[in-house]
Design a binder for this molecule. Structure first.
Ligand code: NAD
Length: 254
């Protein structure tokens, strides 16, 4: 694949992320935009439609939680490499995609967050997790987001859980007088709280506490351009190596 122009199909091309990805691919010297796919477009509505008329090396998917598993299965079953930005995949679906990617020797990269700052936030949270027995996550997004909690919050909790089994040491006994007040319980008992309202794009705060101190790690995305370097890096990766990757931190080499 070296020195070859990469032909990229963008699925979800009319969406907020899809439009940015199309522009980033078009501005990239080593890639061409081979197909724009979107159910809401007048052109190709499915990857299958596009495949009949266009040649592409990789699909970049930024659609919606209800579609992504089906799209990913189609791609991998047909030997099409895929970069998945869409969030909402369940644990067992990720496991199945990993297996299929290996069986078909077809590259698949899933990243709940493609921005450098968010990846660093997750990595720093994993490091801090070793030193604190209590931690909770608050994620804040725009009100069109379809899944809760965010894929970034789930991946953060997963990475923190690799460092510690429980984050509720000596927590107070709880009675919820309003159901859901304490958020949802994720890996290693980490509570995740999801805020949805206009005014936010994508933010997350990981809060650690111990006697006499709190420690917060926060990331704010203010423009979708922050994801594009990561998306292009992922496209190059799946086109040069046919492996399965879950999380951009695996490519950044920090
Ligand atoms: N990984 C990351 O870094 C990152 C960053 C931001 C958003 N996201 C995720 O990306 C996804 C898209 O976000 P968005 O804000 O662009 O949403 P959006 O609603 O603006 O765009 C989604 C687009 O996908 C299209 N679509 C839906 N189902 C489809 C299907 N089956 N086939 C083809 N097209 C389909 C819709 O018509 C729409 O144009 C969400 O899951 C979001 O959480 C991930």
């Amino acid at each position: 694949m070296d020195n070859k122009v990469i032909k990229v199909a963008v699925c979800g091309a009319c969406g907020k992320m899809g439009q940015e990805v199309c522009a980033a691919v078009e501005n990239s010297a080593d890639m061409v935009l081979a197909a724009k796919i979107d159910i809401a477009s007048n052109g190709y509505k499915t990857i299958q439609d596009a495949k009949k008329e266009c040649e592409f090396d990789v699909v970049v998917d930024f659609t919606q939680p209800d579609s992504i598993y089906k799209n990913a299965l189609y791609c991998l079953e047909n030997g099409i490499k895929i970069v998945i930005g869409t969030t909402g995949l369940k644990d067992e679906e990720i496991t199945n995609l990993k297996k299929l990617s290996s069986e078909k020797n077809t590259g698949c990269l899933i990243a709940p967050n493609f921005s450098t700052g968010a990846v660093l936030m997750m990595m720093f949270a994993q490091t801090a997790a070793k030193y604190f027995d209590n931690a909770e996550i608050i994620e804040l997004h725009h009100n069109q987001k379809k899944d809760a909690p965010s894929g970034t919050a789930i991946k953060t909790a997963l990475m923190m859980s690799e460092a510690k089994k429980s984050f509720k040491k000596d927590n107070c006994p709880e009675t919820e007088t309003i159901q859901g007040s304490r958020g949802g319980t994720s890996y290693s008992d980490i509570q995740i709280h999801s805020v949805r309202m206009p005014g936010f794009m994508a933010s997350q705060e990981v809060i650690f506490g111990s006697a006499g101190q709190t420690f917060k790690i926060r990331h704010d995305s203010t423009d979708r351009k922050c994801y594009m370097d990561g998306v292009l890096l992922a496209v190059r990766h799946v086109c040069s190596k046919n492996d399965f990757v879950y999380g951009l931190e695996n490519l950044l080499g920090y």
